[in-house]
Design a protein around this ligand. Structure first.
Ligand SMILES: Cc1ncc(COP(=O)(O)O)c(C=O)c1O
Length: 373
């Protein structure tokens, strides 16, 4: 039996909505379902949500809104998906990699200040595995140094920190609805603009640098090129799929959390026996069950366990090759500190399959893990 790392669940509602768009024949962006999905996000998170073709696109928009100049610096973790850094580099700015915390794999809030120079313009935090960063400390540093805070909340829809939803914890937040996420549209993303002063410009940047939204609202009689921008809109066809998923988001999250909790309680004895370390969640964070991972003793042990599970058809996987050690990371980035935790986590972390309709497959994963670990 094959057990993939992730298996999307797309229900009948999505089929009905997509069919409706196809019948209406209007499949470009900014249609009825874009509006409805944005409304859902606005009610759940707040701010001004703008759907985009990807979280990568939303991060690029955030960096354009940060008005970065060549040589400016942006602080971020090295332990993240590549888009967190490419968005910075595409503006000619320098990603400055800071180490993570060993307990959450999130940016270590106590190391940020040492990485700040007079060129620093922004901090991008990543809520890894849907567990929020320590935003109180991070926002405090950002306020003192007048830095923009951006959440890469790609993995964190429906997570929260001290009761505030992920996406509402910064100036600009970026979500992903890629097929690998909890709520999906195949490809897709959203930028949440929490600073009202950035709203108008965000709309312009999303629409190729034009003031088309003002034209559509009847404020100008023709639209024209007014600023930087690109084509960041999501097709309404995908927005229809997304809206159905958003309506089912609570059920999808609840199902994932059930399997997450099952892994967590069943692995307690293995942790006590020193065979692995389980992930941990700070008391102030509610998470969305996006990822379940364990940490193994060293790289060799991780390689062995992953190989054995993969041989049994179980899609266990690692995460991430640190960006500071990649060819482009070395070329475009700068490192602050020794990034020792990043290197260790990258060598020892193992993700287990997790998706809403796992059923008894989670027990098969656990049986195999007990055997080879
Ligand atoms: C932390 C993080 N940032 C950004 C992205 C990019 O998302 P997208 O594929 O929607 O561009 C991902 C996707 O895996 C991610 O996990």
């Amino acid at each position: 039996m094959k057990i993939p790392l992730n298996e999307p669940k797309i229900g009948d509602l999505a089929q009905r909505y997509v069919e409706k768009v196809l019948q209406g024949g209007r499949v470009q962006g900014n249609g009825e379902f874009t509006e409805r999905a944005q409304q859902w996000l606005s009610e759940y998170i707040g701010g001004l949500p703008l759907l985009t073709h990807s979280c990568t696109g939303a991060l690029e928009m955030a960096m354009l809104l940060a008005d970065l100049e060549v040589g400016d610096e942006v602080i971020l973790p090295s332990f993240t998906f590549v888009s967190t850094a490419t968005a910075v580099v595409s503006c000619g700015a320098v990603p400055v990699f800071v180490d993570i915390r060993a307990d959450t794999c999130n940016l270590n809030e106590h190391l940020i200040e040492a990485a700040i120079t007079e060129k620093t313009k922004a901090i991008i935090v990543v809520h890894y595995a849907g567990i929020c960063c320590n935003m109180d400390t991070i926002r405090n540093v950002a306020t003192r140094y007048k830095l923009l805070v951006v959440e890469d909340a790609a993995q964190a829809l429906m997570s929260s920190y001290k009761g505030v939803p992920a996406g509402a914890l910064s100036d600009l937040a970026c979500f992903s609805f890629h097929e690998t996420k909890n709520v999906i549209s195949g490809e897709g993303g959203a930028l949440i603009v929490n600073d009202p002063a950035l709203e108008d410009r965000a709309r312009i940047i999303r629409d190729k640098g034009t003031n088309r939204h003002r034209f559509l609202e009847g404020q100008v009689d023709k639209y024209t090129w007014v600023d930087k921008g690109s084509s960041f809109l999501l097709s309404d066809l995908l927005a229809a799929l997304l809206y159905a998923q958003l309506q089912e988001a609570e059920d999808l999250t609840r199902a994932r959390l059930r399997h997450w909790q099952n892994y967590h309680s069943q692995l307690e004895d293995m942790e006590r026996a020193g065979r692995l370390r389980r992930m941990s969640v700070p008391a102030e964070c509610l998470h969305n069950g996006h990822i379940y991972y364990v940490r193994l003793e060293n790289a060799e042990r991780r390689r062995h366990v992953m190989e054995q599970l993969n041989k049994q058809g179980i899609g266990a996987a690692f995460h991430y090759i640190p960006l500071h050690s990649s060819p482009a990371g070395k070329r475009f980035g700068r490192v602050s500190g020794d990034l020792q935790v990043t290197n260790e986590v990258s060598e020892t972390l193992l993700r287990l399959p997790l998706f809403p309709e796992m059923g008894h497959k989670a027990d098969i994963v656990l049986d195999n893990l007990r055997e080879c670990c």
